[in-house]
Design a protein around this ligand. Structure first.
Ligand code: T3D
Length: 263
């Protein structure tokens, strides 16, 4: 049993829950928290997780980089921010994308800077109505990182991406859902229940197939249609031999609920 200082992690019934737990600084990232998050992500599949829920403790989801570790005199950066991206933020985004299970970002409050884009790197983003998304980078002279310049134009188009990134205004969760930036916005009173039900459903879903869907859709951005059709063929060929495909078809024919094993 590993204990962590900056996150909470548990895995039960196929559901891994990873809670960023530095509420005094709106769960912003320091180096130690990066290490713990990566450790927890790496253990989720071996622990038997079939879905991972990423959320924040307290009133925020995540406010990006902990700026207490960055205070400097103008023009005199103590830290190579490029190295910070290369060592911590970029690998985190890629690790979320590579996880062989759906990842739910349960955005319980403000998601700012890298915190907003780490949420967007997840597969299903559900936000509570009082949450908001802020591309804060422009306010401190930086560019959206953690995939922000990639996710934003793809999700909401260049006009809205530029508005969000150049102005750094708060985007409400409900506007984010209307724009297609996130999957759902849910009333605060219902938020926990909706997230729990979704996680429970995904924990008994055909995980191997869902992992293939996630990889095909995320990878589609890089490929022309012909290549994507080849990817679909190859995945279908592979999944055709899976336990869960056989079980899904048998259950359909037998008019019963399927019992998927995730493989
Ligand atoms: O550096 C690198 O490695 C490069 C990578 C950069 C990635 C990035 O994420 S850069 C962007 C960093 N994040 C920000 O610029 C966001 C800063 N925070 C805010 O703008 C505001 O806090 C929010 C809009 C997110 C929320 O505002 P509000 O009014 O709801 O809360 P607050 O009062 O500002 O914050 C509450 C506390 O959290 C406060 O501490 P206090 O006064 O109660 O002791 C505040 O200082 C602290 N806090 C919030 N965000 C951060 C933070 N402390 C450190 N770092 C933060 N990012």
């Amino acid at each position: 049993m590993t204990s962590y200082d900056h996150i909470r992690y548990e895995c039960e019934g196929g559901i891994a829950r990873l809670t960023l737990d530095r509420p005094d600084v709106l769960n912003s990232f320091n180096v130690a928290m990066h290490g713990e998050v990566r450790h927890a992500l790496d253990r989720a599949a071996p622990d038997g997780a079939r879905v991972l829920v990423l959320t924040g403790a307290g009133r925020g989801f995540c406010a990006g980089q902990d700026l207490n570790d960055r205070a400097v005199a103008p023009g005199a950066s103590r830290v190579d921010l490029g190295e910070s991206i290369e060592r911590y933020y970029a690998p985190l985004v890629l690790a979320l994308r590579a996880l062989p299970m759906p990842v739910i970002a349960a955005v319980n409050g403000v998601a700012a800077g890298a915190g907003a884009n780490i949420a967007l790197a997840c597969d299903l983003v559900i936000a509570t109505r009082s949450a908001n998304f802020i591309q804060s980078f422009c306010r401190i002279g930086l560019v959206p990182d953690s995939g922000g310049t990639w996710f934003l134009p793809k999700l909401v188009g260049p006009a809205r991406a530029l508005g969000l990134a150049l102005l750094g205004d708060k985007l409400t969760a409900s506007q984010a859902a209307d724009w297609g930036l996130i999957w759902r916005c849910v009333d605060d009173a219902e938020f926990a229940g909706v997230v729990d039900r979704l996680a429970a459903d995904l924990a008994v879903a055909p995980t191997r197939g869902l992992a293939a869907i996630k990889s095909a859709i995320h990878g589609a951005a890089f490929r022309p249609l012909e290549a994507q059709l080849d990817v679909e063929r190859d995945l279908q060929r592979e999944l055709g031999h899976s336990h869960d495909y056989g079980e899904g078809v048998s259950a359909f024919k037998d008019k019963r609920s399927p019992h998927f094993l995730g493989r």
